[in-house]
Design a protein around this ligand. Sequence first.
Ligand SMILES: [Zn+2]
Length: 76
Amino acid sequence: MQCPVCGGVMEAGKTSLTLERSMERIIVIKNVPALVCKQCGENFIDISVSKQVEKMVISAEKSGIKLGFLEFDQAA
Ligand SMILES: [Zn+2]
């Protein structure tokens, strides 16, 4: 797939996502599978992966985490 930003080549890799849900709640998810542009570093995250990230954030919120670092977990 081509990078939507610069047209460069995208490769499978890992990224981390920072999700600011509110002023006082920030959750960082590490090792998220993504396509990364070799040229500009743009990330593209698959819809199924972003849904999984969303689930992880919701469960972190339910456990009352305000500042958290999580590893991406496909099975969560
Ligand atoms: Zn690019």
